[in-house]
Design a protein around this ligand. Structure first.
Ligand code: ZN
Length: 285
């Protein structure tokens, strides 16, 4: 794990820090760290007794307004966090830390009712039967145009069985795929280097390929008073990057992408409505 010294979106070095807690589920799953009670019996002369949690920092980029966790997990730590993601063991562990998680996860597994809305957004940029790569697409259940695309490829760290009509591919195959559409939905908010991941995605694109990105437009980032945001973010869970409009523009530009559309709109998933950014981009130039 590294501690970020620069903004993960724009590369800016003016980061304002405030203290926060790494949520116990993440601390336990990644590092095996558990909260504990410091008592007088510890004989710590200069420290006050009380409950201790895993401390971290919220970083706020002065240049682009991105807000993110200072801890940047390495591949091994990400592997520990996302191994058999949302599988039975994962859900059982998370339920222990966050009662009610299993029920919410079951609702998510039913697939997104907002898919037609996303397809309507993308349709003007595509032919009737696009070749589609879903980067981080899990089982392929939420890939736009599933069931009616010329190719439905999934590149994902998980090895879950994919839905009928979809095919799991490796990185080399993805790079050779000549896709009309590369999709990456609800991935960038989880990763340590979102700009680097965007650059990697461009390796599966041609000049004609459309890239569709979707990630949360977090409630915190919709607050009018920008100064309040970082001090209101006192805990970090699996979404380790909160994106602003300027952060999106900066990271896509650094990855060599030109943004065609960037909209913030509500979608429904798992019986709840949330606000997301939808970004449509192409290779620059
Ligand atoms: Zn920034």
């Amino acid at each position: 794990m590294k501690i970020a010294k620069r903004c993960v979106c724009c590369g800016g070095e003016r980061l304002v820090a405030s203290p926060a807690i790494l949520m116990p589920f993440l601390a336990h799953r990644i590092f095996g760290w558990d909260s504990t009670e410091v008592t007088a019996a510890w004989n710590l002369r200069d420290l006050a007794p009380g409950r201790v949690y895993s401390l971290c920092k919220t970083l706020d980029c002065a240049a682009c307004g991105a807000i993110f966790l200072d801890m940047r997990f390495d591949d091994e730590e990400m592997g520990a966090l996302y191994h058999a993601y949302r599988g039975p063991d994962y859900c059982a562990m998370r339920e222990r830390f966050e009662p009610g998680y299993a029920r919410r996860n079951a609702a998510l597994a039913e697939g997104s009712p907002s898919l037609p809305q996303i397809e309507t957004l993308l349709a003007p940029h595509l032919g009737p039967r696009p070749r589609v790569l879903d980067w981080g697409g899990d089982t392929g259940l939420n890939t736009p145009f599933r069931g009616r695309c010329a190719a439905h490829h999934i590149y994902d760290i998980s090895d879950k069985p994919v839905i009928a009509g979809a095919e799991r591919v490796g990185l080399e195959q993805a790079r050779a795929g000549r896709y009309d559409l590369v999709v990456s939905a609800h991935v960038l908010e989880h990763v340590s280097d979102p700009t680097g991941l965007l650059r990697e995605m461009t390796s599966a694109m041609t000049r004609e390929t459309i890239l569709y990105l979707e990630f949360p437009h977090e409630e915190l980032m919709r607050r009018a008073d920008r100064d309040d945001r970082a001090s209101a973010k006192r805990h970090w869970h699996e979404h380790i990057n909160f994106f602003s409009e300027a952060a999106i523009d900066a990271m896509t530009a650094r990855a060599g992408l030109a943004v065609l559309e960037r909209v913030s709109h509500p979608v429904s998933a798992g019986g709840a409505t949330s606000q997301v950014f939808s970004v449509i981009a192409k290779l620059h130039g």
